[in-house]
Every structure is written in C-alpha cells, then in structure tokens.
Design a protein around this ligand. Sequence first.
Ligand SMILES: O=C(O)C1=C[C@@H](OP(=O)(O)O)[C@@H](O)[C@H](O)C1
Ligand SMILES: C=C(OP(=O)(O)O)C(=O)O
Length: 473
Amino acid sequence: MTGTETFPDDALALWPAPLAHGAVNATVTVPGSKSVTNRGLVLAALAAEPGWLRRPLRSRDTLLMAEALRAMGVGVEETIASNSATSAAPGSPGEPDAPEGGGEAWRVIPAGLHGPATVDVGNAGTVMRFLPPVAALAEGPIRFDGDPRSYERPLHGVIDGLRALGARIDDDGRGALPLTVHGNGIIDGGPVRIDASSSSQFVSALLLSGSRFNQGVEVRHVGSTLPSMPHIRMTVDMLRSAGAAVDTPESGGEPDVWRVAPSALLGRDLVVEPDLSNAAPFLAAALVTGGRVTIPDWPEHTTQPGDALRGIFTDMGGSCEFTATSDGTALTFTGTGRITGIDADLHEVGELTPVIAAVAALADSESVLRGIAHLRLHETDRLAALAKELNELGSDVTETEDGLRIRPRPLHGGIFHTYEDHRLATAAAVLGLTVPGVQVENVATTAKTLPDFPGLWTGMLGSPAGPAPMSRV
Ligand SMILES: O=C(O)C1=C[C@@H](OP(=O)(O)O)[C@@H](O)[C@H](O)C1
Ligand SMILES: C=C(OP(=O)(O)O)C(=O)O
C-alpha cells in the first residue's frame, strides 16, 4: 500500500508511520527541486526561444505552475527527451537541442502571453507569487485563485510592487488572493520598494519577470528582515544562466537592492537538481536510527537551502561525505543513533524546520530554533502546528517570538495532524521511525512537492543499500 490510495477521504486518512527495525541502510533517489523546477518553468516561458527542463519535479506545485503557464498560452509539453527522438525538431534554427542523455523532460515553448485565463495556485507560494508579474506581461485578464490557505498567505509585496511598476490589479484590498491582473502586454518597470520580510518570494517574483519589463527592474527591500536568502540567490543564478544581467548586493551593489536589466532571455537546457530540502527526512532517518543513507546526484555546488543539512545534521550527531558513484556524485550521511540538541538560526533555511524540529524532539538535549517567525505564514502556522503536535506526543515544546524551544521527553504514539502541510507529514514520519504508534494524518499532502513519499519511505526501510559508493571525492 502506498498510503495515499486506500482511504475514501485523504484528508481524514491516517497513515501508520512505519517503525525502523534497526539502522536504516539505503540509497534514496530524491525527485527534482520544486524551487528550481518552478523558476525554470517561468524563465523558459518568458524566453525568446524554446527550452528544456530535464528531470523536472512533477508534483502538485509544479503541475499547477505548468498548467497556469499553459492557460496563458505557453506550450509545456511532456516528452521523453533524447537526441534522436523528440518532437522538438532539435537543431532547427533558434531551437536548443534535446537534453543530452535522454530521460523525462518538459519542453517549454514560449508564446504571446494572453488572457482571459484562470490560474489555480493551490497553496503554492511559487505559483501565487511568481506568476502575477508574468500575467502583467500578458494581454487580457488573468484571475488568480487557490486553496483557502492561499487567501491567508501574504502577497502584498507582489501586488503593491506590480502596481508601482505600472500594472493594473483588482483585489479586495487585503494584499492577498483572490485577484485579477489586467495586463496589456507591457510593463514599464523601473525602481520599486517592497517589504519582503514575510517572504523572499516577493523579491524573486519581481526579478524573474524583470528582464521583460521595458526598463527592467530595481527591487529595493525596505523591511526589517529578509528570510530565505539562498532562494533569492537561486533566482539570481538562474536569471544569469538565462542571459540576464543582474546586479546584487553580493556583486558590489547596494545592500538590499537587486537590479535586472531589460533583455531577452535564452531558451535553456536545464537539468533540475534533486530537491535537497526533501532529502531532509531521509537524512534524518540515518541520524535517528544510527544508519546510513545515500542521496545520488547531490550537487557539490548549489544555491538550494537544503545543502545546509550537511552542517546542521552533522552538528546534531551525524557525519557526511561526498562519494563518487558510477553515475556522478552522491552524499552519504551516517548517524550514530546519538542525537544532540542544537541552537540554530534557520532564518535562511526556514523550510527545513519541520524535520529538524522532529529530530530535535528525539535528541538528548534541548534545542532552540530561531529566526523563523515567518513560518507562521507558510502552508500552515508551522510554529503553532509543530508545538501542538509534538506536545501531543509527549514532548515539551514552546513557541518563542521567532521560533521554537524543544525540550526532548520520552514520546508516545498518537495522531500527528498535518494541516495540509507536506513538511509536517514528512516530519511526523521521522518521529514514527523510533516512536511506536505514530499515525500521520493525510500523508497524501506530501504530494505538494514529493510525489509518492510513502512509497519512497517504505522503500528506504525495506530496500538494500544499492550499489556501494566507489570512492571519496
Ligand atoms: O522561492 C522559493 O522557491 C522558496 C522560498 C522560501 O519562501 P519564503 O521566503 O516565503 O520562506 C521557501 O520557504 C519556499 O519553500 C520556497
Ligand atoms: C514554504 C514552502 O512552500 P511555498 O513554495 O508554498 O512557500 C515549503 O515548501 O516549505
């Protein structure tokens, strides 16, 4: 059983999180990065020529992005890419060849963006924030709607920013969904000031479309704090790879100011990295069971925040090494079974918090997780949800102003509610490895970014380790 198919009402379904009988020893292939896939789709849709996304993540958030772009006129074609068998006429003028080596891919064919169209954002921050600027470049009305929680997630940085840059938007004045963007195909662009302290995605959103604005864009963040900087670096890196000229604070520019010059974007052949944030529960499994987990294709250099797991989980008691496999580079993480509490500022890597909190609840000393007040506005109020659900299993967790204080206690089984939050569900699975009787509500919610998580999880617990790494890099 996958745990996602056997119940008539997934929202009420309970998934008995499997106990680990001994140390985990597995190789787990983690699907592609949500953040890279959805940036790749947007940049490819805005490019001057067709492009490829190879090994894209196919999950709720990325399928919503693809569908939204299609609704605005962009071609997003599922294809088995190989150099000899594609429908893309590889090698034709202005058309990048199919990706090397074949495999599953999306071919993205830019077209004149247009409405009328309706975009379902689900509860995807990347869709609700990255696409209104794209819609402002379209001709005709584009309506944005989504899950009930999407109405509560902040969008003011995108709405106010776009208005200041010349877009017309109808909303209900709350700085949130639902809304309609009435584009006429052109945005003036230029300088804009926004407060992105509640989400880095406001900055990324305006930068991603900025090269297509007449004057480009200069985004100045004026808030007190700015979370998730690695995700902004990812935006900048991917824009530059698509040919855009971008100035950043790190390249000698002013603090908190990013500039994208007006230009056409290139169609790219992009191989999507594995989602390192979604590697978190699997690495945690090695840590809490004193086992060993290998993640193939872990990039040696990346902007993904999940790369910070190497340091964080090492500080909590494990060790890791890069290994060369017959297919490339892998990361092998090894636990001892001993877990140490941690005092960590997770401001830059907030999306790692739920799994880290679960590991901290199993540690032999207290943890303090800081810098993550903005998680109250994520898929759910993650600080409240983690405190409540961990305490229901016997832990002693308190919310602080900007995070969580976790005092480990012996835990017992029970229902772990997940609030339609994929990362709450994967965190609960980690607890269930060593705590008998943990039942995860609505494990199907993991499909937001991690298709068939229950299958991958039970595969990890039941499978042999796979081919042994050949040597250290
Ligand atoms: O740009 C992105 O891909 C993301 C940025 C972050 O958002 P916030 O800055 O809103 O935390 C992160 O939490 C989210 O999962 C993905
Ligand atoms: C916060 C997250 O997602 P979103 O892109 O919806 O903001 C997340 O994946 O942890």
